[in-house]
Design a protein around this ligand. Structure first.
Ligand code: ADP
Length: 509
């Protein structure tokens, strides 16, 4: 019998023992036996599989503590667990990084069980070991793949969240009303702009049929037809015009564009509808056309007069009628002045639009400016008496020329729009550190709904357009000038009663 093998004294068991040895040697698992009664718990037995697994010969194994398999790789968690179990005389299963004789690393799954003597002492440990390197590699690969997969899922989720936020921010930033409809034309989403434009809330909108919104404004057969074709035929439509009296917001011109949402996911097979409110653009266009007509007419009037006067001058000169000449020259001059003023006003509008109106502020004598303006306007239009009342001796801080322009404009308007009245009143007062100038007339007045709009560029109240000449820029320019001075220009007026225009400008200390 091999001297390294376990020696049992009972001869009768010899054949059974040999069979047992053969069985242990045939095992695929490495098996060792250690003697816990000897110092350092040495290995006293190992089978063939253990020799193969470790690469050591049996003669190199017997007598050593099994820690020799860990080489210098001492600080393994499993080793500490193993030592503790041996000390306590307990069994355990542990995974260890072991090293073969040739230095190659392998993973060892060790089952350690104590063997007890009758008196309860642990005399031996039996260790069964399996090379689990392959399994560990698979586990490591799996863990790595799982981690990579998790990372990819996280990245994808983040990407989706980002693109959702991105889409949402576009949806909310667009200065058009956007509506998402499902295949039944039910509204499933709208942006904030939609709520603002139509002055409606969530409960009036979401989950409702598009055709039932408001007062049925979109229930138009041709629009219905086109909308219902968008999904089945994938045919978008553009620039469908709707002019309608909408609830809350009145008559408006809307422009509709619709297309199928192309993305996959929750919005697939939905319609994105963009609604553009083009009312003010259309109005501006109409106003611009009107303005061009009016402006050319206004420019032509003094020009025609000048042409006439020059012809007359020529004729009178030939006739040597020198008395008439001065009168004709004066008349031509006045028309030239009118023409010049019109052109100046037009240039002001252009400058204001580009933000280039230059204001040069300094302290000036308000009384002097007011009285000279009144005199000048009265000379040109003596039909009305201009009464000056209120505070005197005030100094103003501003651009004298520009404030004069505002005041003259208000005086001219007061006279122009009160052809049947005989007087215009000017009142000067002080409010906090501002001077307030008020011009009152007793003329045609202004409808309440026009009070704001008369300060817009080219806007002229409808009822006066044909009766009074003008191009609708005086108040616009005046308001900008007063704003530049940190003051306010406003109107109080009643139709057929008259108007009160007031402005404030800073007082010069
Ligand atoms: P314009 O007089 O050339 O039309 P303005 O900008 O000075 O241009 O005035 C704009 C509009 O405001 C006028 O067309 C008129 O409808 C209204 N308006 C201005 N001043 C008066 C006033 N004193 N009384 C009545 N309506 C006025």
């Amino acid at each position: 019998m091999d001297s390294n093998r376990l020696k049992l004294s009972a001869q009768s068991l010899e054949s059974d023992f040999d069979l047992l040895m053969l069985a242990i040697d045939a095992s695929k698992s490495g098996i060792i036996l250690t003697d816990n009664q000897q110092p350092d718990n040495p290995i006293i037995f190992c089978n063939k599989a253990f020799e193969q697994m470790s690469g050591y010969q049996r003669s190199e194994i017997i007598g050593r503590n099994c820690r020799f398999l860990q080489g210098v790789d001492r600080n393994q968690k499993g080793r500490f667990e193993l030592r503790e179990a041996v000390e306590k005389g307990e069994g355990l299963v542990v995974e260890l990084r072991n090293y073969r004789k040739n230095g190659a690393q392998f993973w060892n799954e060790l089952y350690m069980s104590p063997i007890y003597a009758k008196d309860g002492r642990v005399t031996h440990f039996i260790g069964v070991q399996n090379d689990i390197t392959h399994r560990k590699q698979l586990e490591a690969t799996l863990t790595l793949e799982r981690e990579q997969l998790e990372q990819r899922v996280q990245e994808r989720t983040r990407h989706l969240q980002e693109s959702e936020e991105y889409m949402k921010s576009i949806f909310e930033t667009v200065r058009e009303s956007l509506v998402v409809l499902d295949h039944n034309m039910v509204v499933i989403a709208v942006n904030q702009h939609f709520f603002k434009t139509f002055a409606v809330g969530v409960e009036d909108t979401l989950g409702k049929s598009f055709y039932e919104l408001g007062n049925g404004q979109w229930n138009i057969p041709s629009l219905k037809n086109m909308l219902e074709n968008v999904l089945p035929t994938n045919n978008p439509f553009e620039d469908f015009q709707v002019e309608h009296e909408f609830p809350h917001i009145g008559r408006k011109n809307m422009l509709l564009n619709a297309r199928r949402i192309e993305t996959e996911g929750p919005y697939k097979d939905r319609i994105l509808l963009a609604i553009e409110d083009e009312t003010s653009r259309l109005q501006t266009e109409i106003r611009k056309d009107d303005f061009l007509k009016i402006a050319s007419h206004e420019l032509r009037t003094p020009l025609t007069s000048i042409k006439g006067y020059v012809q007359l001058l020529d004729y009178q000169l030939q006739e040597k009628n020198y008395d008439k000449l001065q009168e004709l020259i004066n008349k031509s001059n006045s028309s030239i002045q009118k023409l010049n003023q019109l052109i100046e006003d037009l240039l002001d509008v252009a400058k204001l639009k580009d933000g280039k109106v230059g204001i040069h502020k300094e302290v000036f004598d308000l009384d002097k400016m007011i009285t000279s303006c009144i005199e000048m306007v009265h000379t040109g239009k003596p039909s009305h008496e201009i009464k000056l009342e209120g505070k005197k001796g005030l100094k103003c801080y501003g651009d004298e020329g520009r404030i004069e322009q505002v005041f003259v404009n208000l005086l001219n308007n007061a006279i122009k729009y009160s052809p049947d009245a005989k007087e215009v009143r000017v009142y000067i007062s002080v409010v906090s550190n501002f001077i307030k100038v008020t011009v009152t007339d007793y003329g045609v007045g202004i409808k309440i709904e026009d009070h704001k709009r008369i300060f817009e560029r080219f806007y002229r109240a409808e009822n006066i357009q044909k009766i009074f000449p003008g191009i609708g820029i005086g108040l616009y320019v005046s308001e900008q000038i007063i704003k530049e001075h940190g003051g306010t220009l406003w109107v109080e007026s009643e139709e057929n009663k008259g108007s009160v225009f007031s402005f404030t400008v800073p007082m010069g200390s």
